[in-house]
Design a protein around this ligand. Structure first.
Ligand code: TPP
Ligand code: MG
Length: 895
């Protein structure tokens, strides 16, 4: 049978021996392919597989494709750019990226920076910059591009060519304090007009980008914004793919058919210490995982130098050899001579040895990898760009430290290389043709072609055609018309005789906001499968659960009022059980004001225990990214959530909220406090564009909520106000601080002190230890630096001004919270908290166990008065007895 098989498509084989019968089958397949095309081949293979199944033969799912380019040379589109100019531009960028790291470290040894990651990714990025990445002024809207964090020198070096950054900026890479330097990695906090996405915490990039791409769809499906032509590009390292978050959300992307999403994994086979998979093949491993998850996988393995060899690979010997050599050995080839590769790679099979018999050793040594070949990379990007119905991952094979020659290319130390001596600089210059003289080279000067040079004209014209330079962070969102506090009067009036929980108050508020005519459409409720836990199911029906597919089934509860309604324009992001994914959605929504030019208001409610301690790094990232919105830790507190026990009872999320500078944290007790905080937060973030975000805890314990007392708004927002008591000063006075549900215990303690001991006590509601702490630090700092000027008085000192006596705090959180403000409390200060592991019990038992109920608050108050000499010591023993406190009880700090 004669065939006209495309010779550039290698033919895979599974064994060395090809029998006559096998050859006949294969030739038939060749014939079908050449006469009827790939679809027919696919169809036949599937039929054969089905038939084999009827004999009970299980054809193992290969899970992967061979270790060759997905796009054969014959299917490569013509390259539309000017290869020569693009190479020159890329070379200048390579040089400057290297020089900025080398120079920064000469000036300040140990300042760090990375050369080899960008060196391996330069072609992958430059093809994007010259042909794909859309800037903010493009008619389709800008692409959202996540750049590999430690490749930042290359991004700065390009911005230098583009005249967005000056020579001084480059000189001051990683020197941001005394000089106008550049941040080490992408940090919108530090460079708010440049960087959009913080990416250097490995693992967070992939998951963030997936949810970003999905959020683009959400905006489109809800009719809020047309995002249909904006791609999300994501540059990742192969080592980074080991982070669970990197692969943890990939099925969401395929399930949602996110063809607006393109991952480019730079497979240089190395991470920081050494090979990613010395004894395996990372590209194959990732290829199988993504393919199994339903992604379009494009492998870019070999460059054009290999094309003539593939044409000769009639019986698949080369495919086979590529498949069997492990990554550690491929890395070795980078550092070896052509003679070694000839023997070790080609020499294992006479057919391969023959293929390269006329090649010089140098030709063999420099056979290029796909990720360094513009044509191959362009082909992959174009195919990914046009692909419909699936997200795409491009697995690009590169060399780590490409171009660094013997000083670093492919070496295990290359990740941390920061120095280049004169000889190495000369080699680098020569390889890439940088016009710097021998005289100057030792200085590693930056090089920028003249404004009117061919290179610059080309570079500018490409960026102009693509809608401007990238990356760029641009805040254009119009402020929202925010509701007044009056809008929430239901919450301000108190609950009367009704006992309600703060979660219920929050849901009432959210429902009101969702109906608001000015900003209802901008509200994005996010839940990780906990809506019912927080009593939010009424919202399912009110605003719908977002699904790109609408609802293609009859929900089981269809005939009920609150049925599970999924809709294409649904507002709720019901993410399923993924706090990390939900947080990524929160960030996408909370940064829409910058990335989409529209203010969206995310409310992400989650079990407080699975917030900060589980996804704390994402919350940190949110802060860096200037995310706006509300995080709500539900059923919070270590004694408020009764039966759930140790793994659920959160007594420390507020402590974990402390370090994030632009996060406001509140632990309110009453509905009116919640209303005041949220209303003000909306105004600050969405009317005044303050780039802050909020953490509020809400609880499921029900109690009566009083109406809002006069004039407490400022105190609620600043962290404390006097809730009850006369405010009269006396030496025997007790000042009780309470937060969250424990405020109720404090109020009980106040009565006991008055009724049983005739001690007057004032009760303060402390809504935010963090706010008090932060404000006090600010004042102290100011006073330290401005001696002789009028001192700033911390808010807590203002509130407690003129008070005397003792001070006792109790909350459902660890003692470190009240301890944090102790410096500014004007007298003896004691605190009670819930340090220790939780356990299952009812609330009363838990509060006894953690020693935070009214009795302990009274006992602690009495002890303070005794210590201050205001009471006799025997009162304490009696109180312990009267209260029935067992001193031998379990110790929450130990047990
Ligand atoms: C969560 C996290 N852990 C560790 C690091 C430190 N780190 C920075 S780059 C790097 C190696 C990256 O290897 P790879 O992803 O393969 O990127 P390459 O430099 O090879 O392109 C490591 C361990 C980090 N930035 N984030
Ligand atoms: Mg790597």
């Amino acid at each position: 049978m004669s065939t006209t098989r495309d010779k550039t498509i290698p033919k895979p084989t599974h064994s060395e021996e090809v029998t006559a019968e096998t050859r006949e089958w294969l030739e038939s397949l060749d014939y079908v392919y050449s006469t009827e095309g790939p679809e027919r081949v696919r169809d036949l293979l599937m039929r054969l597989e089905d038939r084999a199944h009827t004999y009970g033969i299980r054809v193992s799912y290969p899970g992967n494709t061979p270790y060759i380019n997905t796009i054969p040379a014959s299917q490569q589109p013509p390259f539309p750019g000017d290869r020569v100019l693009e190479r020159r531009i890329k070379s200048f960028i390579r040089w400057n990226a290297m020089a900025m790291v080398v120079r920064a470290n000469r000036e300040d040894p140990g300042i760090g920076g990375h050369i080899s990651a960008y060196a391996s990714a330069a072609t992958l990025l430059e093809i994007g910059f010259n042909h794909f990445f859309k800037g903010k002024d493009h008619e389709d809207g800008g692409d959202l591009i996540f750049f590999q964090g430690h490749g930042s020198p290359g991004i700065y070096a390009r911005a230098f060519l583009e005249r967005r950054l000056s020579e001084d900026h480059l000189k001051n890479f990683r020197q941001e304090i005394d000089k106008d330097g550049l941040s080490s990695y992408p940090h919108p906090w530090l460079m708010p007009e440049f960087w959009e996405f913080p990416t250097v915490s490995m693992g967070l990039t992939a998951i963030s980008a997936i949810y970003q791409a999905r959020f683009n769809r959400y905006l489109e499906h809800r009719g809020i914004l047309d995002t249909s032509k904006r791609k999300v590009w994501v540059f990742l390292g192969d080592g980074e793919m080991d982070e669970p978050e990197s692969l943890g959300a990939i099925t969401l992307a395929s399930r949602e058919r996110l063809d607006n999403l393109i991952f480019v994994v730079n497979c240089n086979l190395q991470r920081l210490d050494g090979p990613v998979r010395g004894n395996g093949k990372i590209i194959q491993e990732l290829g199988a995982a993504f393919r199994g998850a339903g992604w379009n996988v494009i492998k870019v393995i070999t460059g054009k130098d290999w094309d003539p060899l593939w044409v000769q690979d009639d019986d698949g010997a080369l495919v086979k050899r590529f498949g069997e050599v492990v990554d550690g050995q491929f890395q070795k080839y980078v550092t070896e001579s052509g003679a070694y590769i000839r023997e070790d790679f080609f020499g294992k099979d006479p057919r391969l040895a023959k293929m390269v018999e006329n090649y010089s050793d140098e030709q063999i040594r420099t056979l290029n990898r796909g990720g360094h070949d513009s044509d191959k990379v362009y082909a992959a990007y174009k195919s990914a760009h046009e692909h419909k119905g699936q997200p795409t991952v491009i697995l690009a094979y590169t060399v780590k430290g490409y171009g660094l020659g013997e000083s670093g290319e492919g070496k295990n130390i290359t990740h941390q290389q920061k120095k280049m001596n004169e000889e190495e600089l000369i080699k680098f210059r020569n390889k890439f043709g940088i016009p710097i003289s021998d005289e100057d080279i030792a200085e590693a000067p930056f090089y920028r072609p003249a404004e009117d040079s061919e290179e610059m004209e080309y570079l500018r014209s490409r960026r102009a055609a693509l809608g401007g330079t990238v990356p760029e962070r641009r805040v254009t969102a119009a402020p929202l018309v925010t509701p007044s506090l009056e809008t929430f009067k239901e919450l301000l009036q108190g609950s009367g005789d009704r006992e309600i929980a703060t979660t219920m108050a929050f849901v009432t508020m959210l429902a009101t906001l969702l109906k608001d005519k000015n900003l209802g459409r901008n509200v994005v409720p996010i839940v990780p499968d906990e809506a019912r836990t927080f009593g939010m199911e009424a919202l399912f029906r009110q605003v719908g659960i977002y699904s790109s597919l609408g609802q293609q089934y009859e929900p089981v509860d269809q005939d009920t009022l609150l049925y599970y309604k999924e809709a294409k324009d649904g507002a709720i992001l019901e993410e399923g059980i993924t706090e990390a994914g939900s947080m990524a959605s929160f960030i996408s929504a909370g940064t829409a004001y910058a990335n989409h030019g529209i203010n969206m208001i995310p409310f992400y409610i989650f079990y407080s225990m699975f917030g900060f301690q589980r996804i704390g790094d994402s919350i940190w990232l949110a802060g860096d990214m200037r995310t706006k919105g509300f995080l709500l830790g539900g059923t919070a507190g270590r004694t408020t959530l009764a039966g759930e026990g140790l793994q659920h009872q959160d007594g420390h999320s507020h402590l974990l909220a402390y370090p994030i500078p632009n996060l406001k944290a509140y632990d309110p007790t009453y509905a009116y406090e919640l209303a005041v905080i949220i209303q003000d937060g909306i105004e600050r973030m969405y009317a005044n564009n303050e780039q802050i975000f909020y953490y509020l805890t809400v609880m499921n314990e029900t109690y009566k909520h009083p109406p809002m007392p006069e004039g407490v708004e400022e105190g609620i927002l600043k962290g404390m106000y006097r809730f009850s008591g006369t405010g009269e000063a006396s030496d025997k006075k007790v000042h009780l601080f309470g937060s969250g549900t424990i405020l109720n215990e404090v109020i009980k303690a106040q009565s006991i002190l008055e009724d049983a001991y005739d001690i007057s006590a004032d009760v303060y509601s402390v809504t935010s230890y963090k706010s008090l702490y932060w404000d006090s630090m600010e004042c102290d700092r100011h006073n330290l630096l401005h001696p002789g000027e009028e001192e700033r008085v911390p808010y807590i000192a203002q509130v407690l001004d003129g008070t005397r006596g003792v001070y006792v705090a109790a909350s459902d959180y660890v003692q470190a919270l009240p301890a944090s403000i102790a410096r500014w409390v004007p007298g003896r200060f004691d605190y009670l908290g819930t340090d220790g592991f939780g356990r299952s019990a009812n609330r009363a038992s838990l509060r006894d166990f953690f020693e935070v109920d009214a009795r302990y608050i009274v006992l602690s108050s009495l002890r303070s008065l005794v210590r201050e000499g205001k009471m006799k010591e025997n009162v304490l023993k009696e109180a312990v007895k009267d209260f029935g406190i067992d001193a031998g009880k379990a110790n929450p700090l130990q047990d």
